[in-house]
Design a protein around this ligand. Structure first.
Ligand SMILES: [Zn+2]
Length: 181
């Protein structure tokens, strides 16, 4: 169960410096699904954790060069084996969506929760990830009931032309079926 501070105790807790307060009186009312892997398509390493913790050595891989100085985070990351890591308490504003708009309201970071699946825009996802994501989503919806199923979206839908994650392989129908069970 998610506590009043927005901590999901079943997740491994890792601190990120990349968050701030949500605007006063903001209702948490959107869930945004993303994907990430560093290097892209390489799973199980520590680079994502280091990026969100602000300690990634960008000289480590040629693909990391454009990550220099980037201050990004998400509330949670779901690994390929279904393990969940939490970087930012849900009550705080994580920095995952960037320039974005949902149903006419811009700045989705203000009022959303961001969950990253370890993967790429072209990957399929593991069943363990779907099961962990649906279990986490159910807890999020219990704690923040304004996040109705109609208000679960992909990064590509709130930042079209700029973002393509979680990608066309993400099985929305299966995810929503699990949520309905
Ligand atoms: Zn994203």
């Amino acid at each position: 169960m998610i506590d009043k501070f927005g901590i999901y105790p079943a997740a491994k807790q890792i601190r990120s410096p990349f968050y701030n307060e949500r605007p006063a009186d903001t209702q948490i009312s959107l869930l945004v699904i993303h994907c990430i892997s560093l290097p892209e398509g390489v799973y199980g390493g520590r680079a994502v954790e280091q990026l969100f913790s602000g300690c990634l050595d960008c000289s480590e891989d040629s693909g990391f060069a454009d990550l220099q100085g980037l201050e990004v985070s998400a509330h949670c990351v779901i690994r390929r084996d279904g393990q969940i890591e939490q970087y930012v308490p849900f009550v705080k504003r994580a920095w995952h969506a960037g320039v974005s708009c949902f149903a006419g309201i811009e700045g989705c970071n203000d009022y959303s929760i961001g969950i990253e699946l370890e993967g790429t825009d072209h990957s399929t996802y593991t069943n363990e990830q779907y099961l962990a994501l649906s279990a986490l989503t159910t807890q999020i919806q219990l704690r923040y009931p304004a996040i109705t199923t109609e208000r679960i979206t992909g990064h590509s839908d709130i930042a079209p032309g700029r973002k393509t994650d979680p990608g066309r392989q993400f099985d929305w129908a299966y995810y929503f079926r699990l949520l309905a069970d």
